[in-house]
Each structure stands twice: as structure tokens, then as C-alpha cells.
Design a protein around this ligand. Sequence first.
Ligand code: NAD
Length: 451
Amino acid sequence: MKLSVVGTGYVGLVAGVCFSDSGNHVVCVDVDGEKIKKLQRGVPTIFEPGLSEMMRKCQAAGRLSFTTDMKSAVEHGRLIFVAVGTPESSDGSADLSAVLDVARAIGRFMDGYRVIVMKSTVPVGTHLKVIDALGAETEHPFDYVSNPEFMKEGAAIEDFTKPDRVILGSTNHAAAEVVRELYQPFMRKSERILTMDPASAEMTKYAANAMLAMRISFMNEIAHLCAGLGADVDAVRRGIGADRRIGNAFLFPGAGYGGSCFPKDVQSLISLGESNGCPLLLVAATQKANVAQRNRFAQSVIDHFGENGQGKKLAVWGLAFKAHTDDVRESPAIVGIRRFLEAGFAVSAFDPEAGDQARDLLGKAVEIQNEQYEVLRACDALVIYTDWPQFRTPDFDEIAKLLRTPTIFDGRNLYDPGLLAKRGFFYSSVGRPTRSPEPRSVTENPSSPRD
Ligand code: NAD
């Protein structure tokens, strides 16, 4: 099939590459000329496992190309996917300006029938606005399919090609069938396509993200109470996750959720509820709890040093909002680092993939280094924000040697508190009893999680 994808960010690029990989001829278009130049050279603009190889293979096969020329992209694709950003606007609602600009441009350049497929996350009712904006620019017929995206950054290719479900929201059965056909290669084991009306499809995306964010905030609140009462949230997490009605996913407490989706989508759903006279109390509490959690974790580090960080230096491991991505949008690490700087701490940081992106946000205030252990030298504590695999079984002796004092604040609960205490660390994590270092006997040789 010939298709075009408008917007080559995380969603558009992954969708374009995956559809091309399954044999379709895909043109990806973006307004960002620098991005397109890089992509044309075969260099992905985001870090996503498996993307680079797949992208180059499709380009070499002549099935995937990148352009800034909207007209040629609209002329190419019978199906046009829209995957531009829908950031939070100043009043908290989703900013639809890019989506509506794209709709008008598609209308202007259409030279025959097209199916418009909306992948951007848009508030309920947006399909009517897009249909109006596009229809005002063209005499040609078109159909609209809402196809919200559920991929996770860091596992986007896997999620896209093996989705739990694909949602298609349309009032036109034939148009939905064309899109269904496109997804068939990803449905070989079982059919997981759900069709519905566009408003329900739009709502499904927001409800899913709000539910996942709510589970995280819920566990963060339980973790806070566990810490106060001397219970271990990790045991509680396993205890409740074993209940099939609850399940294990999204129950890990941490330093708060972040990223380009949960914070803005939760906010957008709150706004949608308010503007429709239906305040969403649970969703509002989810957001409030998340802000509190991000602050609480950072504050626990600051308090350890007595409020004033002058003369103290912190090393941060992890800048991306989660592992396997270079996305630092709304990352709890960025929020925390800004608080550390305000409190007077000097900060150095390391992330395997997100260093450059964080530098763009933080400027020169933070020393961002390229080496995981060197970043610890002469720091007073290590603060962990992201659960990259390489942080999970580190060389604790090296950490202790490089830090001024063996102190770890772990926003991801990566280590065993008992073991860390035995190795002489002050170790503070989320919702688990904080362990002070135990005196090390001469004969004792505690095994590290690596052993
Ligand atoms: P992004 O910011 O990474 O990329 C958006 C791209 O659109 C940018 O490259 C930008 O230059 C381009 N763009 C903006 N205006 C344009 C225009 N008029 N014409 C052509 N290109 C234009 O965004 P993203 O993370 O890929 O998210 C896109 C949408 O998908 C959002 O609505 C988001 O909420 C949703 N979504 C994102 C994820 C995710 O994991 N990132 C997952 C599911 C859904």
C-alpha cells in the first residue's frame, strides 16, 4: 500500500518504519528540516531499540523516504497518518494547532480520495474539528479513522508490531477495513483489532493513560505510607500483583512518572472533564500525587544534607524519563536536578542515551558526563532516576571508592537494602526501610547482586 506519515517524532517515525518494513511504500514528512536531513542520511533522530537497522533496511529497499514537502507526501499516500505533537497548552487542554494545520494542508494538496488516520492523541470530539478543517479546503472525498497509538518508548518497535490491540474509530466501515488490512501482518497470532466510533476511540487512549498513571500514583502513595509505618512496598507490590484481578504491571513505585504522554494526557483529560461539567476527581488526584512524589523524592535527598547544598555535589544516574529511551520530556530527573541546583548543590550526571537531550534543557548548570563511574568522583551521593539495565548490578566497590561518602538515593528500588547496608552504604529507596551502613567485619565479604 502507498501511505504517508505526517510528523516524524517517536510515533510517526516508528509507525512509518514498521509499516514500510511490512512491505508498504511510505513517505514520512515533517516541518523540521534538520530532522529530515538526518533521516534522509539514514540516521534516526530518536533512540529506540531496533529502529536504526530496520529504518536503513527499508530505505535501502526504496520503500521508505523522508521529505519536508507536504504536497508530494499528500499526493503519494492513499492513507495519510497524522502523528504530530499535541502538547499541553497554557490552559491545560491539548494544543491542536499542529493537528489542524496538518488537516488544512492535507485538504489543500489532496488530488483525489484519501483516508486520514489520526495517530496523535487528541481530545474527544477532535475528529469533527479535523473533518471540518480538512473539508473546508477540498472538494475531494475523504474518510477519517481514529487510530490512537499505545506504544511505549523504549519498546516501541515491539509494541507496534505485536500490539495488545489496535483501536480503529470510524463511522465508515470501508475506511476502517483499509486500515485493518494494513495491520494484518501484526495480527498473525490472533486478531486484536477493535472497531468503534471515533469519539470512543479518542476516549480509549486518554482513559488507558490515566489508568496507568493512576496505578503508578497509587503505588507511590502506598510506598510513602509504607515508609512511614516500617512496611516494605516491594513485598506489598508482589502481594497485590499476585491477585489476577490486579496484575503486576505498572505497580512499581518510584520518583514519579514523566515522559511526553502521561503528564500532558492526564492534564488534558482533567481539562476535558472540567470543560464538560464532569470533574474527574481520581484523575486530578493522580496528577497531584505525582507532583508530590517527584518533589518528595528530591526533597529526601536535600534533607539528608540539611537543606543547604552549598559545597556538596550530587551525581545523578539516569536523565531519561525511563530506560531504553533518550526522551527527557517531563523527566523526574530533570525536575529533581532543578531542585538540587536551587538548593545550592553542584550536580554531575550520566545517562547512556539522553545526555545531549538533557543538556539542551539544563544548559551548563549540570556537568553531563559520558562515563558512568567517572561522574561519581568527589560527589557526596549518587541519586538514581532511571532503571537502565547497566545500573542494576553496578560495581559497588568502585562506587564507594569514587564517592566522598558511600551514599545512594535510589528512585527505582534497584538494590537490596540489606546488601547495601552490609557493603557500608547509606541507602535510601522508595517505600522501603532506609538502611544505615553496617560496620564491615574483617572476615565478611558480602556478595554483590552481581555475584
Ligand atoms: P514528537 O514531538 O516526538 O514528534 C512530533 C513531530 O511532528 C515533530 O517531529 C514535529 O516537527 C512534527 N510536526 C509538528 N507540526 C508539524 C506539521 N505541521 N507538519 C509536519 N510535521 C509536524 O511527538 P510524539 O512523541 O511522536 O507524539 C506524537 C503524538 O502521538 C502526540 O499526540 C502524542 O501524545 C502521541 N503519542 C506519543 C507516544 C510516545 O510514546 N511518544 C505514544 C502514544 C501516543
